[in-house]
Design a protein around this ligand. Structure first.
Ligand code: COA
Length: 196
């Protein structure tokens, strides 16, 4: 009975989520599936493009690792989010200030955060005035290359490139770029294995 209700809820969510994505002007490809509640916000002149077969599980839907965590996709004014084909994300927070690029066949584990900005200035004087603070925050593009797997509860910070086919261990904080074909984990994330 509970599973039946979940299926109905997910169908309803899918319908409303597709409507939400379209209303915000997100360009998406074939077979978009978004289950559960996702917060979506595109500010002025922000551009979001999602490829084919995108799957996003959020909150109390079918993926147990999502539990009650709502996913969110937020784009600041003039920012750009590009998501390739066959990407799956679970209750993930993607907050774009400048640019986040996600390639094809990327999986992002539950409750992870991708944020391409410090969000605040590093100068405490600037932080005393919200407008000056925001005007002086540092943004740097994040690039997640094809076939990357990001474990649950990771934080990917500004300026990071994760090379193709690499894996980021659960609970990692990625502060520096990770080469292709590697496993990196920890806080800060360090290489633990080569996959070559
Ligand atoms: C990263 C991962 C793939 C590595 O698996 P593995 O190749 O079997 O690695 P091992 O268990 O042999 O660990 C190798 C070393 O890395 C360390 N390590 C592994 N995962 C780690 C992590 N997440 N954080 C910090 N260190 C980690 C181990 O402690 C070990 O260190 P040691 O050699 O000093 O003992 C796995 O640990 C992991 O985090 N999987 C992601 C699970 C997940 O979140 N999936 C998504 C769900 S939505």
């Amino acid at each position: 009975m509970i599973n039946f209700c979940r299926k109905i809820f997910n169908k309803l969510y899918l319908f409303f989520n597709k409507m939400k994505f379209s209303l915000f002007g997100v360009k998406y490809g074939k077979n978009l599936v978004v289950h559960g509640h996702i917060d979506l916000k595109l500010n002025h002149k922000a551009v979001a493009k999602i490829g084919n077969n995108f799957y996003s599980s959020n909150g109390m839907s079918i993926n147990p690792i999502c539990r009650n965590i709502t996913g969110s996709i937020t784009l600041a004014p003039n920012s750009k989010l590009t998501i390739g084909d066959n990407v799956g994300i679970s209750s993930t927070c993607i907050w774009v200030h400048q640019s986040i690029f996600i390639g094809n066949y990327v999986n992002i584990g539950a409750d992870s955060i991708l944020i391409d900005s410090d969000c605040h200035s590093l100068n405490y004087i600037y932080r005393q005035n919200i407008k000056v603070d925001i005007a002086n925050k540092i943004n740097k593009e994040i690039i997640i290359e094809d076939n990357v797997l990001i474990g649950a509860r990771c934080i990917i910070l500004k300026g990071v490139t994760i090379g193709a086919r690499s894996i980021i261990g659960a609970g990692s904080v990625v502060t520096n770029s990770i080469p292709p074909d590697s496993i990196a984990a920890g806080n800060p994330a360090r290489l633990i294995k080569s996959l070559k």
